[in-house]
Design a protein around this ligand. Structure first.
Ligand SMILES: NC(=O)C1=CN([C@@H]2O[C@H](COP(=O)(O)OP(=O)(O)OC[C@H]3O[C@@H](n4cnc5c(N)ncnc54)[C@H](OP(=O)(O)O)[C@@H]3O)[C@@H](O)[C@H]2O)C=CC1
Ligand SMILES: CC(=O)N[C@@H](CCC(=O)OP(=O)(O)O)C(=O)O
Length: 347
């Protein structure tokens, strides 16, 4: 069986660990290099005992270094690194002929000025922004672009849960693009393993709070992709909340309805009926994180509020799955010419 030699850079973090889980079970992936500064030299299974005795888990952590990654034979590298850090690794790996699937935000925005506005720093590798492909395979014409790319910017977790339900409605002119209001809830793993005290057990448990309002950095990529779908600049309201669960994002989006109530379901069906990882729950159904955690599915339900003339969209995904590692493996399958569902079934 064809095996693609694969590296995970930043493999000790939460998305890195989820990538390891998926790639160790992937029939067409061989892990040749996994990196961590703190665990360099240690076998994977001693750091993550959950993987011991799994085929492929004999590999040991190495220092993150592009030459070492290339020397391992890796053809494709996943970057599960903080934003601002990933760009330099992407540049070095691409120069060595290794394709890159970046889970950070470094290549998601087309406009370096928007990056600077939302990330508070000059973009570290502007020359690569033009060629990076925003890796959401369900968007129109996107899977073809991903398959040909050498640099894929895998989307953020919140944006995935917001963009997918809205794009078919905007493309078909069924909602007012300037009326979108979104409220999302995320589990604590969304903040990463090395996050600050606000995400520790005593601070986060038994409590819920909004944060980063009104200008969370994900707003930049959400508005970028929605503006493409609407063919006009979209400005919207997005309020994320932290909830005391491990994984999962639950999002409710509302917008002013322009089309008929029936047009919503028809547009979503037309866009996603043949998309393996989008499950349409139907009108009147809300989405529940417990049905999607540890999977690559996004579940979408909807309702029309005839009193206010607004449509409500309900979505749920695993922030580490469809919101990060699972979606990145979808791109890996496209780049490597593998079946869409390879390594993502039955997880
Ligand atoms: N958590 C989530 O739900 C999602 C996260 N993302 C994005 O994915 C990326 C990874 O996130 P996440 O896994 O949560 O983060 P973590 O904090 O859990 O892990 C970060 C990883 O990066 C490594 N690392 C940190 N700093 C450096 C550095 N300067 N040089 C080399 N390696 C470094 C760490 O390894 P070590 O210290 O051992 O070297 C660790 O393996 C981020 O950009 C994040 O924004 C995207 C979607 C969802
Ligand atoms: C709960 C929580 O803190 N979530 C993170 C989402 C991080 C993430 O997805 O990172 P990217 O910017 O790479 O997409 C946050 O709000 O910053």
């Amino acid at each position: 069986m064809q095996k693609i030699k694969t590296a995970v850079v930043g493999a000790s973090g939460y998305t890195g660990m989820e990538l390891l889980r998926l790639l160790l079970m992937h029939p067409n992936a061989e892990l040749t290099c996994v990196t961590s500064r703190q665990y360099a030299g240690q076998p994977l299974s001693s750091v993550f005992p959950r993987f011991s005795q799994m085929a492929g888990s004999e590999v040991a952590f190495t220092e993150p270094d592009a030459e070492t990654i290339k020397a391992s034979g890796a053809e494709i590298a996943f970057l599960a690194l903080p934003h601002g850090v990933a760009a330099a690794y992407a540049t070095a790996l691409l120069e060595l002929g290794v394709k890159v699937i970046d889970l950070s935000a470094d290549f998601r925005l087309n406009d370096p000025d928007v990056y600077e506005e939302f990330y508070g720093a000059v973009h570290p590798a502007q020359e690569l922004l033009k060629e990076a492909v925003y890796g959401m395979p369900e968007l129109p014409q996107r899977s073809e672009a991903i398959a040909k790319a050498r640099l894929i910017a895998s989307p953020g977790c919140y944006p995935t849960s917001i963009i997918l339900p809205l794009v078919p409605l905007l493309q078909n002119g069924l909602i007012d693009p300037q009326s979108i209001v979104t409220c999302s809830m995320s589990g604590v793993s969304g903040a990463g393993k090395s996050s600050n005290v606000l995400f520790s057990f005593c601070e986060a448990n038994e409590s819920v709070r909004a944060y980063s309002a009104p200008k969370h950095r994900h707003l930049s990529e959400i508005e970028q992709e929605l503006s493409i779908a609407a063919s006009e600049p979209v400005a919207m309201s997005f309020t994320p909340h932290l909830v005391p669960t491990h994984n999962g994002i639950c999002t409710t989006t509302s917008a002013k309805l322009i089309g008929s109530p029936e047009s919503i379901g028809k547009a979503l069906e037309a866009a996603y009926a043949d998309k393996e990882f989008v499950r349409l729950l139907g009108e009147g159904s809300t989405a529940d994180t417990k049905n999607v955690t540890r999977t690559n599915f996004i579940d979408i339900g909807w309702a029309v509020d005839e009193r206010t003339g607004r449509v409500l969209l309900f979505s749920a995904e695993d922030n580490l799955g469809k919101g990060a590692a699972g979606q990145a493996v979808q791109s890996f399958n496209l780049v490597a010419g593998l079946p869409t569902q390879a390594g993502l079934q039955n997880i």
